[in-house]
Design a protein around this ligand. Structure first.
Ligand SMILES: Cc1ncc(COP(=O)(O)O)c(C=O)c1O
Length: 388
């Protein structure tokens, strides 16, 4: 399923945007946006095809198709030990929109929200878009136990939200139960809402295990609103489908109102909901094989980068990205990006504030959700340029 011959570069060059095949110069291998090069599981396309063949593409319910709500809630109950209720679960047209909607629901202009640093740009972007202030809490790549008590000093009367990204894109950290307990205790002590972005929670490499903060205890669950999506685990980014799981009626009402779904100004399209429901119901085998392949690609990527002059890379515990330290090259991440693009014909994401926050400088991020052949070619070209 994850061999080189399953990848159709011709199709990707037509369809894979967001810094990927369709946007890079010919001959360049994009290890950029975290989006797999592999086609999705066949069950997903079969389910979409069956739905479309009836030729009825009517409005769905604003709060989501019952099958989607039930499947997502069951997933959280069975696979994440979270007391999720279908009535408080709804689809959103991407995890990105889910993050924004939660910020809109729980932040007023001038409020403060804690984000990790580095972390995906979406958190800062969403917080600032609703007029609030993002306050970074440093968790450098390779951090061992994170002492969340240190986060208390960042909390002011204006702090309303803590944004948890677990596993953490771009460093690949998977938070332990003990760390999450500390984070949850702080949220309870200061009466803060937790936004738990769990989009990467399937992509965890053994021996690390994923814990949802909402599974820890009732007091923490009651203040945690989960956002997730199906781009990463199942390669459905173009369908723009994600989900929000609220803990109770009051928080559900607040975030559902902020989504504007009731007005039909926004809403998750039915095909995305059919695809995600099918993925959760029928594609466990595909996901397990994908994660096994990714674990091999992670090891390949990390060992090759560590054998490249000036580069140090810790093995990510989760996510399919490697976050490599490039400070020993004596170059900035932008200079490395340009050098690799022009000379190695490999596109990576530079560790700029605009992508991951201030704590990302001195790093580059490479996505390894591709075939062994493509990844090896990109890493050899990278090594040849940087070693010379
Ligand atoms: C942590 C995190 N949250 C959300 C997203 C966005 O996902 P979606 O494609 O569902 O908008 C990403 C994508 O990279 C991500 O890394």
């Amino acid at each position: 399923m994850f061999e080189n011959h399953t990848i159709d570069i011709g199709v990707l060059e037509q369809r894979a945007y967001n810094l990927r095949w369709a946007t890079v110069p010919a001959g360049v291998i994009p290890l950029t946006a975290a989006d797999p090069d592999f086609p999705c599981a066949p069950e997903i396309t079969e389910a979409i095809t069956r739905y479309v063949q009836d030729r009825y593409l009517c409005y769905g319910p604003p709060e989501g198709l019952p099958i989607f709500k039930e499947t997502v809630a069951t997933f959280f109950q069975d696979k994440r030990q979270v007391k999720a209720h279908p009535a408080y679960t709804f689809p959103v047209d991407s995890a990105a929109f889910g993050i924004y909607t939660i910020c809109k629901a729980f932040l007023q202009p001038g409020d403060e929200a804690i984000i990790f640093d580095p972390v995906d740009f979406l958190f800062r972007y969403a917080i600032e878009t609703v007029g609030a202030v993002a306050v970074p809490f440093a968790i450098p790549a390779g951090s061992g136990f994170v002492d969340f008590e240190a986060l208390s000093v960042l909390i002011t009367p204006k702090t309303k939200l803590i944004c948890l990204c677990n596993p953490l894109n771009p460093t690949g950290k998977v938070f332990t139960k003990e760390e999450l307990q500390q984070l949850g205790a702080i949220a309870c002590r200061y009466n803060l809402t937790i936004m738990s972005d769990e989009i990467w929670s399937d992509i965890v490499f053994s021996p690390h295990v994923y814990t949802s903060i909402a599974s820890l205890d009732e007091a923490i669950r009651e203040r945690t609103i989960i956002v997730t999506g199906y781009s990463k685990s199942y390669g459905l980014a173009g369908l723009r489908i994600g989900a929000i799981v609220a803990p109770n009626e009051a928080m559900y009402a607040r975030v559902f109102q902020a989504s504007l779904h009731q007005s039909t100004i926004h809403g998750a399209n039915v095909l995305g909901q059919v695809a995600a429901s099918t993925a959760l119901q029928s594609c466990d085998y595909w996901l397990h094989a994908f994660v096994a392949h990714l674990q091999q690609m992670r090891d390949l990527c990390v060992s090759s980068l560590n054998a490249t002059k000036g580069i140090e890379c810790i093995a990510p515990q989760g996510c399919y990205v490697a976050f490599a330290n490039i400070t020993q090259t004596g170059k900035t991440s932008t200079e490395i990006h340009e050098l690799l693009l022009n000379k190695a014909k490999v596109a990576i994401v530079p560790g700029l504030k605009q992508w991951f926050g201030e704590g990302a400088e001195g790093h580059i991020r490479l996505c390894f959700a591709t075939s062994e052949q493509i990844l090896t070619q990109a890493l050899v070209q990278t090594k040849n340029v940087l070693n010379s």
